[in-house]
Design a protein around this ligand. Structure first.
Ligand code: G1P
Length: 289
């Protein structure tokens, strides 16, 4: 199964980290020295994704600018002989035509956001990547998923999952566990934000999915679910009546950068993973411990 396209839903309001996100998209929050969105695009690139589809909303134009070529900046850096900085920018420059942007005009939920990408995705399996969840690992989660999906046959759907403490399952989509083969298992039931004490397991859906295009027809008529939103999990549950769904317990540590604590932790984790910053950061942190 070849996965060429990835959908990045970036229309969310980022209310969990206000006021940082009042005028700036949460996807542009910086972890160390690059915005969240850059990390997930790089993760997708590493996994072999060729086309990057952003479902944006109002006030998200800066995301498009971030991936554009900036002639003035480039010319100024060239004139000043700043080769390293020029190379850094070039490294992040997507190929012309490799990105598409479409708008979710109202915040109707993740299922609706994914549906907004239907025409750009077309009739092929695709990935969905939620930018506020970062996983620090090499290979990245999406690469691990695409490798696992190869073995699952052409019409399979695959979800990245991670165990969370029982008292946190109500914050996520949660899957039931069927037959297991190592880190991959057949999904046996899914529920979005189950009330406390009712989750089918402690395995939560992390923001990485490989889905078949048949999901779009279902999302088109999907009714509102948890939180009054059109939920992707509900659409997947419906699709699981006719197609197989699997879960992958991936390698790596998940950081929920849409929350204050997760965002701070991610900055520390990603900073510590950088050889050029590690020692200095460690020395600084000791002062505050
Ligand atoms: C969304 C999904 C949920 C998933 C979560 C991962 O929820 O609906 O199933 O577990 O992302 O972050 P949200 O965080 O948008 O409430």
């Amino acid at each position: 199964m070849k996965i060429r396209k990835a959908v990045f839903p970036v229309a969310g309001l980022g209310t969990r980290v206000l006021p940082a996100t009042k005028a700036m998209p949460k996807e542009m929050l910086t972890i160390v020295d690059r915005p969240l969105i850059q990390y997930v695009v790089d993760e997708a690139k590493e996994a072999g994704i060729e086309h990057f589809i952003f479902v944006t909303g109002r006030n998200k134009g800066v995301i498009e600018d971030h991936f554009d070529k900036m002639f003035e900046l480039d010319a100024t850096l060239a004139a000043r002989g700043k080769k390293a900085e020029q190379e850094l920018l070039a490294q992040f420059q997507p190929e012309a035509g490799a990105m598409s942007f479409t708008r979710q005009q109202a915040p109707l939920g993740l299922g609706h956001a994914v549906w907004c990408a239907r025409d750009i995705v077309g009739d092929e399996p695709f990935a969905v990547v939620l930018p506020d969840e970062l996983v620090l690992n090499s290979p990245g989660v999406l690469k691990q998923m695409i490798a696992a999906a190869e073995a699952l046959g052409d019409k399979a759907n695959l979800l990245a999952v991670e165990a969370v403490p029982e008292d946190m399952t109500h914050q996520y989509g949660v899957v039931g566990v069927g037959e297991r083969n190592g880190k991959v298992f057949a999904v046996d039931g899914m529920v979005e934000k189950p009330p406390k004490g009712t989750a089918p397991s402690n395995l939560s859906i992390t923001g990485r999915y490989i889905l078949q295009p048949e999901i779009f027809k279902i999302l088109e008529t999907q009714e509102k679910g948890a939180g009054g939103e059109i939920q992707l999990t509900d659409g997947m549950k419906k699709l699981s009546e006719s197609q197989k769904f699997y879960g992958l317990e991936f390698e790596g540590e998940r950081h929920d950068c849409g929350s204050r604590a997760g965002f701070l932790r991610a900055n520390i984790a990603y900073g510590m993973a950088r050889p050029d910053l590690r020692d200095g950061l460690l020395a600084e942190m000791k002062k505050y411990s």
